[in-house]
Structures are given as structure tokens and as C-alpha cells.
Design a binder for this molecule. Structure first.
Ligand SMILES: NC(=O)c1ccc[n+]([C@@H]2O[C@H](COP(=O)([O-])OP(=O)(O)OC[C@H]3O[C@@H](n4cnc5c(N)ncnc54)[C@H](OP(=O)(O)O)[C@@H]3O)[C@@H](O)[C@H]2O)c1
Length: 327
């Protein structure tokens, strides 16, 4: 069954409500470290209507590995995918100079390398991975807009911007009468609701689509972990054990009971809650197997919470009063 589709904010770009986060491709120690593992997940995604893929130039054991594997696996079917990637992370990409990751010089270098690795002529959504404190946002917007004019990218978005940076980017674009960022990608899940303070109000005000990252809290919100532990092969039990160790188990157990009471799985409730938040365009969940993508595709359309359900979830996972307490 295909998952439903949504527009990204006020733009014309349409994506699948269940997206595919691609930071597992080329990651050491996962089934998706290899081309075969990557191909298996991509095949399952496309077979289940998941056609929005989000990667970044820096993903992979070696920077560029995720893009390179995707480029290979998408040969002959590139046009079936809405492909998003990112540039401008602090990880050294070997492009020759530090700083100015939003500068025209850097943007143009980075896009050529991503296009080469992805083996495509165009990127659908090109995102600034992190704010660049050194470059005026006007220069970054101009450089991105040139890439649209040249057909190298179709749209551009940002990631990890604060509310004020979203407003600054919006009004800079308006003042220059250029195109504008169409999307924001920020950390957001039931266990990380800080974006509700300033980011989501800003994206909704300006008509940007919102792409929550770590939407499943690396797998913690799928229901496969308990206070006692979880699958040994999972990334959480392997390299991100603190997520399990520090988890609010009382709340998670209450959430499990809430899901059981409504006859849905935790995975379905987690997708349903995210997709019920105004402005969310796609849940870009990572996956390390075909089975995971399949269940994520089905979960996107399995459950629509009522107002009472949303209020109950707010009670289970309230936004902490201290802004620094939960990122
Ligand atoms: N913009 C940014 O700065 C930024 C930062 C981080 C991530 N991201 C984006 O967010 C995407 C998602 O991040 P993420 O993959 O780290 O976290 P996530 O989506 O919260 O969690 C995905 C992980 O949960 C497990 N999982 C997924 N579906 C499952 C299912 N149906 N049943 C059981 N387990 C399941 C898998 O891990 P195991 O198999 O290992 O358990 C999978 O790798 C990334 O790929 C990237 O595109 C963006």
C-alpha cells in the first residue's frame, strides 16, 4: 500500500508522508553499510510508496558514502524519487577550506560534488545543514537561487535554524525578491519537542514545510525497547546506548499502555502524532531493513489522533518548562 502524500509547505513540491532518512547508508556496522543493504531498503521504500529520500553529503563512515551508495542504487530510476540532500555541515568534506559553509564559493563546490556522487543532473531539495555564522544569509540565498536558475536544484531548505534565523531568512528573501527556503529540518519527536517553542510557530507563519529529524528518537519510539533492554543489533544498544539509559521509562510505559488502549502499535502512534502536527510534511524515518521501511510506510496512514488523544499525549510528554532541558 502506498503512503499518502503531502505538499512541502506552500511550495508545489509533493513528498510521501513516510519519508526515508538515509544517514544509515554507508554507516559502519549496519546492514546498510553496503550497496546490497542500501539497495534492499531503497527497493522496499519504492515498492511501498516511500519516494522522499533525505540524505546529506557528510553521511557515511566516509563523508559522501551515503550519497555514493544512493547514486548507484538509484541508477535507472532517479526520476521516481524526490531527492533531498544537504551541504554545509561542520564535518570536513575535503573541499579545501574551513568556514564560510554558506558562501557562494562553498555552495557551488558542494553541489557539484553531491551531483557527481548522486549520479544525477538535479537535486530536488538542497538544504543548508547548519546555520553558517560567517556568511550573510543573503549570499547563501543568492547562491542557492542561482542553482535553481541553472537547473541544478529545484528547491532549497534549511536545517537546524532557530526561530529568529528562519524569520531573518524569510525577510531577506522577500527584500531581495528572490526565491525562498521552502522547508526547515529540525530535531523533533515526542521526546524532543523544543521546536514547538519558536521553530514551528515560525515555519507555520511563513508557510515552510517542516521535516522532523530523529522522528523515532533513533528507534526508541518504535516500541521495540523496554526498561530491560532492546535488540542487540540496534544502533541504540550498540553506539547510542545513552538514549536507552536516559529514557523516561515511566512516560514510555504509559505511552505503551495508551497505544494498547487505542489498538495501535507504538510505531503507528508515533507516526500519527508527528503527522498530526501542523506543518509537518514528511516523517523522514531511518531504516536498516526492508521490513522497517514497510512498517513505516504502513504506519504513516494507520492512525489519526483525536483532540483527546493529542491532549493525553501532551500529558505524557509535556514540553519542559526549562528550554534547555530538552533539545
Ligand atoms: N538535519 C540534521 O541535522 C539531521 C540530524 C540527524 C538526522 N537527520 C535526518 O533524520 C533521519 C532519521 O534519523 P535516524 O535514522 O538517525 O533516526 P530515526 O529516524 O529517529 O530512527 C531510525 C532508526 O530506528 C530504527 N527503526 C526504524 N524503523 C523501524 C521500525 N519500523 N521498527 C523497528 N525499528 C525501526 C532503525 O534503527 P536500528 O535498526 O538500528 O534499531 C532506524 O535506523 C536521518 O536519516 C537524516 O535524514 C538530520
Amino acid at each position: 500500500m502506498a503512503t499518502s502524500q503531502r505538499r512541502v509547505g506552500a511550495s508545489g513540491l509533493v513528498v510521501s508522508a513516510a519519508g526515508l532518512g538515509c544517514n544509515n547508508f554507508g554507516r559502519a556496522g549496519t546492514a546498510t553499510e553496503t550497496l546490497d543493504g542500501t539497495r534492499e531498503v531503497i527497493d522496499a521504500a519504492l515498492a511501498n510508496g516511500v519516494f522522499f529520500f533525505d540524505t546529506a553529503d557528510m553521511y557515511g563512515a566516509e563523508p559522501g558514502a551515503s550519497e555514493s551508495l544512493m547514486g548507484e542504487a538509484l541508477q535507472g530510476r532517479r526520476d521516481r524519487v524526490v531527492l533531498a540532500t544537504k551541504f554545509g555541515h561542520e564535518r570536513d568534506m575535503g573541499y579545501g577550506f574551513p568556514g564560510g559553509r554558506g558562501s557562494r564559493r562553498y555552495v557551488r563546490l558542494a553541489v557539484e560534488q553531491s551531483l557527481r556522487r548522486l549520479r544525477t543532473d538535479w537535486i530536488d531539495l538542497y538544504q543548508l545543514h547548519l546555520p553558517d555564522p560567517e556568511t550573510p544569509i543573503a549570499e547563501t540565498i543568492d547562491a542557492l537561487h542561482e542553482l535553481v536558475d541553472e537547473g541544478k536544484i529545484r528547491y532549497y531548505g534549511h536545517s537546524n535554524f532557530d526561530g529568529w534565523q528562519i524569520a531573518e531568512a524569510e525577510f531577506t528573501a522577500r527584500a531581495r525578491s528572490t526565491g525562498r527556503f521552502i522547508s526547515a529540518q529540525n530535531h523533533y519527536s515526542l521526546l524532543a519537542r523544543a521546536s514547538e517553542r519558536e521553530v514551528l510557530p515560525a515555519t507555520n507563519r511563513y508557510g515552510l514545510g517542516f521535516l522532523p529529524y530523529f522522528p523515532l528518537k533513533n528507534g526508541l519510539l518504535t516500541g521495540k525497547f523496554t526498561r530491560e533492554g532492546g535488540p542487540a543489533e540496534s544502533r541504540i544498544m550498540g553506539t547510542r546506548r545513552h538514549i536507552w539509559a536516559d529514557a523516561p521509562w515511566d512516560a514510555l510505559e504509559a505511552y505503551e499502555a495508551f497505544c494498547a488502549g487505542r489498538g495501535v502499535t507504538m510505531l503507528e502512534a508515533t507516526f500519527g502524532w508527528l503527522l498530526a502536527q501542523p506543518g509537518v510534511s514528511s516523517v523522514i524515518a531511518g531504516a536498516t531493513s526492508a521490513a522497517q521501511v514497510e512498517s513505516n510506510a504502513a504506519a504513516a496512514d494507520a492512525w489519526k489522533p483525536s483532540q483527546d488523544d493529542l491532549a493525553e499525549i501532551d500529558r505524557l510528554f509535556p514540553l519542559p518548562e526549562d528550554p534547555a532541558a530538552q533539545m
